[in-house]
Design a binder for this molecule. Sequence first.
Ligand SMILES: [Zn+2]
Length: 175
Amino acid sequence: MNMVDDGQNKGQPGTKQHIMEMKKESYVHDVYINKKILDEIEARCKNNKYEIIGMLVGNAYKYKGKEYVIITGHLFSEQIEKHPIFTQVIDGAVGEMSIKRDTEFPESIITGWWHSHPNLGVFLSSVDIKTMEMFNRGFHVALVVDPVRNERAFFKIDDEKHYHYVSYAVLKTKK
Ligand SMILES: [Zn+2]
């Protein structure tokens, strides 16, 4: 599957060209994510026709006053896949995943959340913006994946509750 590459051929933050340009300026992205983790999330989204949700796990850092995250893990909720009515299960899912984070990633923190938008495109809906209230630290990000259109984006919201694309880089891990 070439989903990762597909997503990088667009003229949006995160494209290879964009990353090269920003590296020249020693730009710090908002998000760095391990390719393996992104692949796992996107495969999971692709295999489910409903909206599914999970959490992003890693650590937060600061460089010259700018906060950024490195995402090294993810969690998903079993509940969502059985219950396609997305909004009713978010609260329970977040609680369930917080417990998993404690046991599976004791050295890491929650750096945000991810969910799928099957054939809807990538954006944050009003429900998603509401969900961001649970992810209210400056470094928290939302990853939205549209597995049908092969699109993805990372978002943050501002004080006025508007969402913005944030830049990201995919880190290839050597094995
Ligand atoms: Zn959404």
